[in-house]
Design a protein around this ligand. Sequence first.
Ligand code: PEP
Length: 249
Amino acid sequence: MRYFIGNWKMFGIPSSFKILDKINQYYLKDKKSNKKYKIVMAPPLTLLQDFSKRFKNKKILISAQNSYHQDNYGAHTGFVSPFMIRKLGVSYIIIGHSESRASGETEEIIKNKVSLALKNNFNVILCIGENQKQKRKKMTLKTLKKQISNSIMKKYNFRKIIIAYEPIWSIGTGKVPSHQELKKNALAIKKFIKQKYRLKFNPKLLYGGSVDKTTVGIFRSINELDGFLIGGASKSSKNFIDIIKNFYT
Ligand code: PEP
């Protein structure tokens, strides 16, 4: 099963459900959809309740983009907990996105977020990725391993965790890793997780960073990838559908 997960970031108003409607219609018409892939969309917090109701019995699953790292309720002005989001019928949550890390989210906070989200029965999409400097210094794998080890404990149910490998230098820049580089990193991430957490199955791994209808073609043949986390191109139904079409052609 492959995943096409859209991250709208700070985009969308109530009428933007029309974008998802079009994607949903495509999914319903596409004969391979049910067996081959899932679509998950992460609109901003303001749209979660409306979208999760609208798409409840449809084919698009709804994800939150973040959540608070402790408590169900508390004196935390401006924040919402996974407990509160789960009550909206939302079942996926993105944690540790590089944009959240850049605005002060530490690995300790991310660890707590993962833990609390799993306790609330979410599917966690955990983002990891190296920056330009770490890549230049050949510290990519070291960085990724540290990010994984510092956020995931042994006892976690890996069937509820999806790792999204998103090189920071690739997010929103139009730059993507070469086929060879991404395949190497994807293999290394999966191997590391399988060994470290003694898994009998392969963990799920997505790639994210400037995925569009053209770049997706470069990655089509990387079997280690279980799908894509798509930022900019998920804001247009046409661009998002073209990614899926081009992946399967
Ligand atoms: C993202 O924000 O997770 C992302 C991958 O963005 P983009 O596709 O725009 O690079």
